[in-house]
Write a protein that binds this ligand. Structure first.
Ligand code: AMP
Ligand code: GLY
Length: 423
């Protein structure tokens, strides 16, 4: 069977790689893919982006693609699944109305409140003056979130009054997010440790993935500005069995019930960003897709066939699916271009990829294949991923291989997984 994967990040390389492992998959096309999917066995890039719905549909029909899998949120929030469904094409991901859980923070908060899902207290505002009054009344720390998709830049955790007012000024007066900033959510600051709780649902059954934890800031010890994610590992000890059970009972199952009550069939991956303090679990956000970089270590330890998994989900048959994981720790370290998440230069040749041990997987993100060489082509460049029987061994293995890779300006965090060792 031929599959089409939409997206170009590390997550999409991992999805394409994992699908290509299946005996039932003969070919994985990636639109547009990256340097990793260009060189992965059974994989091939095509020159189409995720928002070119007509072109993608045309490609799928002409090439008899069996199933399409959508990686990023942008095409989902623009209704790619609805478009494919209308043409009778098999695609995996939530429809536009369901994807609003990620594309509108106001909608997500409203759903959480009506479903009784634990989350920070909040108010919603659509003008500067009222938002400012509220911030002055509540004081700092406080969290300001632009309503719409803002490529991960829409959230300000304000520690000072200046930062908080600055954030709403940028949104309402400078209009930096355009329509995505026509409303804001202002919410209570939560303390604790974050984890990613990812699951797959066919609308009836919800199957949780193994737990994972991302590292959002650019520097060690959670310092510096937030990025798309600098590394992740799985399982994450902060998600104890108790925390897992609480999350299923109070978050994931009520969420599915609430969506059904609203007449919205949620079929796809669902990702809850959690703040955990002891056994107190609160939801920071929902994403309607897999996490990046969580997907890289997660799929590297998934034992089940991903083609079968997605097929079962599309056919509303997850209740009969036995999702299995290797009983090992998996750690992914992201290598970035120097300067990321601010300005950076691309086009540097990446050296050392051929020296990496074959038991370790290098997932590509911002790379491309130019004249036979792999060159940097984005902020997050690679995610080197290793597995071992305990977390400490997995961490030393991954860093041993990371050290073999180099390109001009290469940066990575040295403490991925360290939080898990403390437990
Ligand atoms: P979000 O996109 O809503 O997950 O926010 C991005 C990041 O901001 C999260 O991963 C947290 O680190 C932080 N954050 C969001 N909401 C809160 C909150 N209510 N309290 C503390 N930190 C938060
Ligand atoms: N790793 C965070 C995200 O995918 O949103």
């Amino acid at each position: 069977m031929k599959i089409l994967v939409i997206g170009s990040g590390g997550r999409e390389h991992a999805i394409a790689w994992k699908l290509a492992q299946s005996d039932k998959v003969s070919k994985v096309y990636c639109a547009p893919g990256n340097g990793g999917t260009a060189t992965e066995s059974k994989c091939e890039n095509i020159l189409l982006k995720g928002n070119e719905f007509d072109g993608l549909i045309d490609f799928v029909k002409k090439n008899e693609i069996y199933m399409t899998v959508v990686g990023p949120e942008d095409p989902l929030s623009k209704g790619i699944v609805d478009r494919f469904n209308r043409d009778g094409l098999r695609i995996f991901g939530p429809i536009k109305d369901a994807a609003r859980l990620e594309s509108s923070k106001v909608f997500a908060k409203e759903v959480m409140f009506s479903a009784g899902i634990p989350t920070a207290h909040y108010r919603e505002f659509s003008n500067f003056k009222d938002a400012k009054n509220y911030i002055e009344e509540k004081g700092v720390p406080i969290v300001v979130k632009a309503d719409g998709l803002a490529a991960g830049k829409g959230v300000t955790v304000a520690r000072t009054m200046d930062e908080a007012i600055g954030a709403i000024r940028e949104i309402f007066i400078d209009n930096i997010f355009g329509d995505a900033g026509s409303k804001v959510v202002i919410e209570e600051f939560l303390e604790g440790e974050e984890a990613s709780f990812i699951a797959i649902t066919d609308g009836e059954t919800i199957l949780p993935f193994a737990s994972s934890q991302d590292h959002k800031t650019v520097f060690d010890d959670d310092k510096g500005p937030n990025t798309g994610g600098m590394g992740a590992y799985s399982p994450a000890p902060v998600v104890s069995q108790k925390v897992h059970d609480i999350t299923m009972e109070r978050v994931m199952i009520p969420l599915m019930k609430e969506m059904r009550k609203r007449g919205i069939l949620y079929k796809g991956f669902i990702y809850a960003g959690l703040m955990i303090k002891g056994e107190d679990v609160k939801v920071l956000e929902f994403n309607c897709r897999l996490g990046d970089p969580e997907t890289q270590p997660l799929l590297f330890r998934m034992k089940s066939d991903m083609f079968d998994l997605l097929n079962s989900a599309i056919d509303v048959n997850l209740k009969n699916f036995n999702l299995e994981w290797y009983d090992e720790y998996s750690v992914g370290v992201v290598l970035t271009s120097g300067g990321y998440p601010k300005e950076f230069t691309k086009g540097f040749v990446i050296d050392g990829l051929d020296r990496v041990d074959s038991s370790v997987k290098v997932f590509h993100a911002g790379t491309s294949l130019k004249h036979g060489s792999i060159v940097t082509d984005g902020g997050r460049v690679l995610c080197v991923t290793a597995r071992d029987r305990d977390l400490k061994l997995a961490i030393s293995k991954v860093y041993r291989e990371v050290a073999k890779i180099n390109f001009e300006g290469c940066h990575y965090r040295k403490d991925i997984g360290k939080k898990g060792l403390r437990r």
